[in-house]
Every structure is written in structure tokens, then in C-alpha cells.
Design a protein around this ligand. Structure first.
Ligand code: SAM
Ligand code: DTB
Ligand code: SF4
Length: 348
């Protein structure tokens, strides 16, 4: 098929070409939104948004040189470092997130890759969060297949590891680990039977063809990530990308819509950058097929819209949060619940 045959959009494929992805990105915006919304409704409950809350469980002093990041030891960003948190404090934070309405709790650590002793503590955090009846996610840098299995055994549901940008542009952003390193970690995560959360960042100074290259690489992975976070660069003073040119907001919306078309069954997360977006722009992103957000006042080290603003936004748009595994009877928003053990553990 050609990518522009609208009737053929919405099937799960792994053989996209760059030309097809570029053609989708260049469609008239309203056509693109129409296709994306149609495909969205074929695969997902309409008007329903999954909500994850982030917590940085180990902050700063990271040896990597990711040019966008507040936590790299190489840039003077004024960030206060924090060593690995206590398990009890993480549990309390997760309980607060659950009470506010989040169904998934994502623990982030500024590691190149976790050390064995730290992984044991993080495994304990995962057990505690899961015992609250929440889905668990972690993002800890590169993993070996054994480490991925250890996290799975602790009850981890998702592992977040982003490709960030296209293979061609990647070297401009990170030099301390390769694109292949990232693909290897994703393989290790899949081999451990964990769900994959993998996406990228827009607004790094990449070209439209790099945005197509990122989306193409994600869509042609052997299996689509269950969750695809699309981040807009949060500009951090002191990093090489502090003065990046702003991205045309419609280019961001287009990328969300094309992610929806290329990976019809995946959750597409409108991720970092929401704090700087108008309510209208966020509404366009939901129209384009975004059905997940980071929820709560903080991302990892930067701000996010406060809970009250998000509640008002959901009310004005008629959106509802996706029910958590613990609140449904085996189905979330009309879809089979992927976490039967969560029910077993929280029933009664
Ligand atoms: N250190 C681990 C790693 O890089 O794999 C995990 C944490 S890292 C902060 C997780 C992801 O957050 C990055 O891959 C990147 O996509 C995103 N991110 C980090 N800083 C960002 C920023 N300033 N703006 C937008 N996204 C950002
Ligand atoms: C993802 O794709 N975005 C989140 C999460 N995965 C870990 C992180 C966004 C970080 C934004 C900058 C900060 O708060 O430090
Ligand atoms: Fe370290 Fe992750 Fe930040 Fe890169 S993105 S500097 S690996 S914390």
C-alpha cells in the first residue's frame, strides 16, 4: 500500500518506509487529524486518558552527556543532587499519586546503568508500589538481560527507555552511548517480558526528516512499544540546548498524529512540555490521538501542569481518566486488563 491510502491506515505493520512516514507528516493538518482520530477510535476508548505520575528516585550527577538533560554531570544546571531515595518515601509518594488519580507510577533514576546494589533497592520500591494496586514503570538507563529479569521478578510492568531522536541525528545529542546500546536495552526489556515505554523528544533542533526517522524506527521495532511518550524539549539553562529554536506547535501535533497512525494499538503519551502548552494545543494533541499524560506537579526535575489545571482541562474537554487496574473488574475503559495479578493482589 502507499501510506496515503486512508483505508489502509490503522493496521499494525512493521515495514514502513521513510517516504511513507514523511508523506503522512506532510498531509494537510485537518486530513491528518481526521485519519488519526478515526484510527484512534478503532483501537481505543474515546475521550479516555491514561495517567502516569513520575518520581525522580535518584537525581543528578549522571555521567552521560545527553544535551537536553538537567541531570548530566557535564552541565552547570544548578540542579541539587539527591542519592537514591528511601523505599518508604517512594511508597508515600506513590500513595499520594494514586489518591490524586494516577494509575501508573514511574520511577526515574539518573543512571547510565544501575548498579547491582541499587537495583535491589529499586526492586523493593517496585514491590511496594505494586502492593498499592498501581502499575509500575521504571527508567534507569541501560539494562542487561539479567537486570531486566530482576525487575520483572520484582513485579515491574513497564520499562521506559527512549530512542530520543533519529539514528542520523542522535550523535548530535548524545555521545556517551550509541543508538545500538538503546536498541539492545529495548531487546533485553522485551526478552524479560516487560512492557516497553519508548519514544523521543521533539524540538532538539532536528529536521522534519529526523522526526520522521524517529517515528519510523519506533514503528519498525519488532513489536510496537505499548506506550510511546512524545516529549517536547523542556529547555534547561546550562545545557547545550538551552537556546534551541522553538518548534512549530503544529509540527508537534503532526508527530503525535503520525505516531497514532503508525502504532495504532499503542498508548501515545503527550509527555514533557505540557506546562508550556496552551489548553487548546493540548486539546489538538488529544484530537491527534494522544491518550496518556504525565500527571502531577513534577516531571523528574522540572514542572508539569498542576492537578487542578488538568482537572479543569479534562472537565472542559469531556475527557475522563482511564480507570486503574484496581478499580475495574478486569477491563480498563473497555479493554482487557493486562494486569490480572494486580487484581489478585488488591481484591478483597
Ligand atoms: N537516565 C535514564 C535514561 O536516560 O535512560 C532515565 C531517565 S531520563 C531523564 C528519561 C528520558 O527523559 C530521556 O530519555 C528523555 O527522553 C527525557 N528527557 C530528559 N530531559 C528532558 C528534557 N529536558 N526535555 C524533554 N525530555 C527530557
Ligand atoms: C519520558 O519520555 N519523559 C519523562 C519520562 N519518560 C521519564 C521524563 C521527562 C523529563 C523532563 C525533564 C525533567 O523533568 O527533568
Ligand atoms: Fe543521564 Fe538519563 Fe539525563 Fe541522559 S537523560 S543525562 S542518561 S539522566
Amino acid at each position: 500500500m502507499t501510506a496515503l491510502n486512508p483505508a489502509a491506515l490503522g493496521t499494525v505493520r512493521h515495514d514502513w518506509t521513510l517516504a511513507q512516514v514523511q508523506a503522512l507528516l506532510e498531509l494537510p493538518l485537518l486530513d491528518l487529524l481526521l485519519h488519526a482520530q478515526r484510527v484512534h477510535r478503532e483501537h481505543h476508548a474515546p475521550n479516555t486518558v491514561q495517567m502516569s505520575t513520575l518520581l525522580s528516585v535518584k537525581t543528578g550527577a549522571c555521567p552521560e552527556d545527553c544535551a537536553y538533560c538537567s541531570q548530566s554531570v557535564r552541565y552547570e544546571t544548578g540542579l541539587e543532587r539527591e542519592s537514591l531515595m528511601e523505599v518508604a518515601a517512594v511508597r508515600e509518594s506513590a500513595a499520594r499519586a494514586k489518591a490524586a488519580g494516577a494509575t501508573r507510577f514511574c520511577m526515574g533514576a539518573a543512571y547510565r546503568s544501575p548498579k547491582a546494589k541499587d537495583l535491589k533497592v529499586i526492586a523493593a520500591m517496585i514491590r511496594e508500589v505494586r502492593a498499592l494496586g498501581m502499575e509500575t514503570c521504571a527508567t534507569l538507563g541501560m539494562l542487561t538481560p539479567e537486570q531486566a529479569r530482576e525487575l520483572k521478578d520484582a513485579g515491574l510492568d513497564y520499562y521506559n527507555h527512549n530512542l530520543d531522536t533519529s539514528p542520523e541525528f542522535y550523535g548530535e545529542i548524545i555521545t556517551t552511548r550509541t543508538y545500538q546500546d538503546r536498541l539492545d536495552t529495548l531487546d533485553a526489556v522485551r526478552a524479560a517480558n516487560l512492557k516497553v515505554c519508548c519514544g523521543g523528544i521533539l524540538g532538539l533542533g532536528e529536521s522534519p526528516s529526523d522526526r520522521a526517522g524517529l517515528l519510523l524506527t519506533l514503528a519498525n521495532l519488532p513489536e510496537h512499544p505499548e506506550s510511546v511518550p512524545i516529549n517536547q524539549l523542556v529547555k534547561i539553562e546550562g545545557t547545550p540546548l538551552a537556546d534551541s529554536a522553538p518548534l512549530d506547535p503544529f509540527e508537534f501535533v503532526r508527530a503525535i498524529a503520525v505516531a497514532r497512525l503508525l502504532m495504532p494499538r499503542s498508548y501515545v503519551r503527550l509527555s514533557a512540555g505540557r506546562q508550556g502548552m496552551s489548553d487548546e494545543l493540548q486539546a489538538l494533541c488529544f484530537m491527534a490521538g494522544a491518550n496518556s499524560i504525565f500527571y502531577g506537579e513534577r516531571l523528574l526535575t522540572t514542572g508539569n501542569p498542576d492537578v487542578e489545571r488538568d482537572r479543569r482541562l479534562f472537565e472542559r474537554l469531556g475527557l475522563k481518566p482511564e480507570a486503574g487496574a484496581a478499580e475495574t473488574d478486569g477491563a480498563a475503559a473497555g479493554h482487557a486488563c493486562a494486569h490480572p495479578r494486580a487484581h489478585a493482589e488488591t481484591a478483597a
